[in-house]
Design a binder for this molecule. Structure first.
Ligand SMILES: Nc1ncnc2c1ncn2[C@@H]1O[C@H](COP(=O)(O)OP(=O)(O)O)[C@@H](O)[C@H]1O
Ligand SMILES: [Mg+2]
Length: 328
């Protein structure tokens, strides 16, 4: 009996898991890859190998060892925040989710990957700071909201337009992601708007564990959000859910509610696409003014904070489920 003949007897899905198979004097020793399998599936795999090979001629005994999962990549879980279109509040949402998650006790990092319009230094009040480097790697900047962060805006002179082409953009982005993130649990990526080569390269290189898509309820923004969903789908990045921003406006003077961009469109679009809806953030003067002033609403409890906290809680649930029971 030789190894090839024995392996050939196994059904294809079982054979695909064989890492090594040895036959010596009637005894078969099989080492199988058990990555991604639950206990029941491992048992079934072992039984299948024992049954099939045990009935082969010249085989008296079958020993099976199933290797455990490969150790998971260390480092933070990367969550991308994307939108097909610019100006829909992607950066505002990313900053406030980061601040809200940090407030709930998580170790949070944020990478501002928007080469064309980095706005996180303004949002998180780190304008003008420069990250230090150690062993050729950047050290993230500690914002005063408990969020560590790095932005394209920290790498260039303020006010200088970044007319970088694809390869330079993704090179600089790589430096931000492969920085000294230490024990950071979750790293939020503020992706540049659009669904072009720059975004695709970023996703392929750094493989986020999931993505949040933000859109306004306008039809045009929704079409672009759909493109963003396709982009993540192509990159194999699971979509955590959709967020509706700038939905509904309550006039601070007369209290009258209006819907400048419509309302509920994102929730409908999510339902249609079978994707989770994470919540809506009202269009609010407070949100805009606080953002411009470098005091993210999610850092406080006032108007505008609740919506961000609720969405961050859902993202937290997603992170916990992903980590699975038993992990800290
Ligand atoms: N919910 C909101 N209410 C009021 N203004 C908002 C809201 N969300 C974002 N903005 C404002 O809209 C502008 C664009 O938001 P930004 O987060 O920079 O968008 P993006 O990153 O998608 O280009 C900013 O001036 C921001 O303060
Ligand atoms: Mg932005």
């Amino acid at each position: 009996m030789d190894e090839t003949t024995l392996t050939a007897r196994l059904p294809q899905p079982v054979a695909a898991r064989v890492q090594s198979l040895k036959w010596t004097d009637g005894r078969v020793t099989a080492i199988l890859d058990g990555s991604g399998l639950g206990a029941a599936e491992r048992d079934a795999l072992e039984t299948a190998v024992k049954d099939v090979l045990g009935s082969a001629p010249d085989v008296a005994e079958v020993r099976v060892a199933i290797m455990a999962d490969k150790p998971v990549r260390s480092g933070p879980v990367i969550v991308a925040v994307g939108s097909g279109k610019g100006g829909v509040g992607k950066s505002t949402l990313t900053a406030n989710l980061a601040v809200a998650l940090a407030r709930s006790g998580r170790r949070v990092g944020l990478v501002d990957a928007d080469v064309y319009g980095p706005s996180q230094p303004t949002l998180l009040d780190t304008e003008g700071q420069r990250p230090q480097a150690e062993n050729d790697k950047l050290i993230p900047i500690d914002s005063r909201f408990g969020v560590k962060m790095l932005s394209m805006g920290h790498l260039v002179e303020p006010g200088k337009a970044l007319a970088w082409r694809g390869p330079m953009a993704s090179g600089a982005f790589g430096q931000l992601v492969d920085a000294h993130w230490g024990d950071t649990e979750v790293l939020l990526l503020d992706l540049p708007p659009g669904t072009g080569d720059v975004q695709i390269t970023m996703l392929q290189k750094h493989k986020p564990a999931g993505a949040v898509i933000v859109s306004t309820p306008q039809d045009l923004a929704l079409i672009d959000a759909q493109r963003a969903a396709e982009l993540f789908g192509k990159g194999g990045v699971p979509i955590i859910g959709l967020v509706e921003n700038m939905s509904g406006y309550v006039c601070p003077h007369c209290g009258e509610a209006s819907d400048p961009f419509g309302r509920g469109g994102v929730e409908d679009a999510a339902a249609e696409a079978g994707l989770p809806f994470l919540g809506r953030i009202p269009l609010s003067l407070v949100v805009r003014e606080a953002s411009d002033a470098g005091t993210p609403p999610a850092a406080g409890d006032g108007e505008g904070a609740d919506a961000f906290h609720a969405i961050a809680a859902k993202l937290g649930q997603w992170l916990d489920q992903r980590a699975g029971p038993g992990s800290a």
